[in-house]
Design a protein around this ligand. Structure first.
Ligand code: C5P
Length: 209
């Protein structure tokens, strides 16, 4: 696309989704939460009673679902995030999802995408790349609050363990691991509120565009 393409990557519960959504609203750009695609594959596998390491079934599901079928309310749970990171480590699943992400980025006058590999693999030519981080403890506290808001009870320790396991899996996989692109700007949101983080992100985008 000729317009402004903003890639927002980072680990689970880093605040990248909130930031990406606000940036998209600010610039009037379409927004894609690419984690939902992997969550959708995981949901389909669990619903069909398939083992998460069944690469063939996971790939068929990644290639087959309709974007219109994505129902965010069924994809936000704790179990689905974990399952998504398992199917996301399967290279053929990632391959099956590349085109729809790239098409989204190129379809209009710019776009905002968030995920793990947007700056490195999906949109290496993005105008601006943000790599959003926060300490595992801060991320666990945020996720705890979010899950409580959804009525999903979980202990802080349990969530922290989830986050560490997910970080290790997402960073350690061979295909498109979670890592900052060389030309990404790092934004540590550990000590920032939502508004402060947004202002910091906006300053980076304005500086780079
Ligand atoms: O961002 P979210 O927590 O919804 O993503 C769920 C999982 O999907 C991540 O833990 C990661 O394994 C995978 N994912 C990915 N690449 C992306 C987005 C998400 O591998 N671009």
């Amino acid at each position: 696309a000729d317009g402004l393409v903003i890639a927002v990557d980072g680990p689970a519960a880093s605040g990248k989704g909130t930031l990406a959504r606000r940036l998209a609203a600010h610039y009037g750009l379409p927004y894609l939460d690419t984690g939902l695609l992997y969550r959708m594959v995981a949901r389909t596998m669990l619903d069909a009673g398939k083992a998460l390491d069944d690469a063939q079934a996971a790939t068929a599901s990644a290639a087959g679902f309709d974007d219109a079928a994505i129902d965010e309310s069924r994809l936000r749970g704790r179990e689905i995030g974990e399952a998504a990171s398992v199917v996301a480590a399967i290279p053929a699943v990632r391959r099956a999802l590349i085109d729809r992400q790239r098409r989204f980025a190129a379809a209009g006058e710019g776009a905002v995408l968030d995920g793990r590999d947007i700056g490195t693999v999906i949109c290496p030519e993005a105008t601006v790349k943000l790599f959003v981080t926060a300490t595992p403890e801060v991320r666990a506290a945020r996720r705890h609050k979010e899950l409580a808001g959804r009525g999903e009870a979980a202990t802080l320790d349990g969530i922290l363990a989830d986050i560490r396991r997910r970080d290790a899996r997402d960073s350690g996989r061979g295909d498109a691991p979670l890592k900052a692109a060389e030309d990404a700007v790092q934004l540590d949101t550990s000590a920032l509120g939502v508004e402060e983080a947004f202002q910091a992100a906006l300053a980076i985008v304005e500086d780079r565009r």
